[in-house]
Design a binder for this molecule. Sequence first.
Ligand SMILES: Cc1cc2nc3c(=O)[nH]c(=O)nc-3n(C[C@H](O)[C@H](O)[C@H](O)COP(=O)(O)OP(=O)(O)OC[C@H]3O[C@@H](n4cnc5c(N)ncnc54)[C@H](O)[C@@H]3O)c2cc1C
Length: 112
Amino acid sequence: MHDRGEHPVKEASQAKVYATEHATKICGTILRLLGAYGTYEEIPLSDYFTSCKTLELGSGASEIHRNNIAREVMREYERRFESGELMAWAQTESQEDLLKLNERSGEILEQA
Ligand SMILES: Cc1cc2nc3c(=O)[nH]c(=O)nc-3n(C[C@H](O)[C@H](O)[C@H](O)COP(=O)(O)OP(=O)(O)OC[C@H]3O[C@@H](n4cnc5c(N)ncnc54)[C@H](O)[C@@H]3O)c2cc1C
């Protein structure tokens, strides 16, 4: 994406959060599977676990990357709304069917 001249902030943040949090989750699962053996010094699982948690924090903590993702998604929808793309989508046939269904369910609720 970068080579195409794009600025993949959202995708980079998504990849960072996904990879680091899944690595921690996998360590937790292995620890649970091994039980007490997982705590033995011969198996450096606690080191892996600490490393994974550190990776979640380093280069921007997960919360900061989630803020990036939310900001980029908001910008994307703002762009699509301003370009009229979202309004065009709201006027497609399937969308009109959905709106009719919504009106119909409103009427049913009023009658109940
Ligand atoms: C192994 C390692 C190597 C590193 N290497 C480098 C390096 O080479 N160069 C460099 O410049 N830096 C480096 N760092 C620093 C790293 O970038 C910072 O530690 C990281 O960005 C987090 O900042 P912080 O430590 O100030 O934590 P803080 O930002 O103080 O975060 C502490 C806690 O508060 C939460 N938090 C903070 N702000 C918010 C918010 N707005 N909303 C919700 N929660 C929030 C965080 O999620 C976290 O849980 C390294 C860190 C580590 C662990």
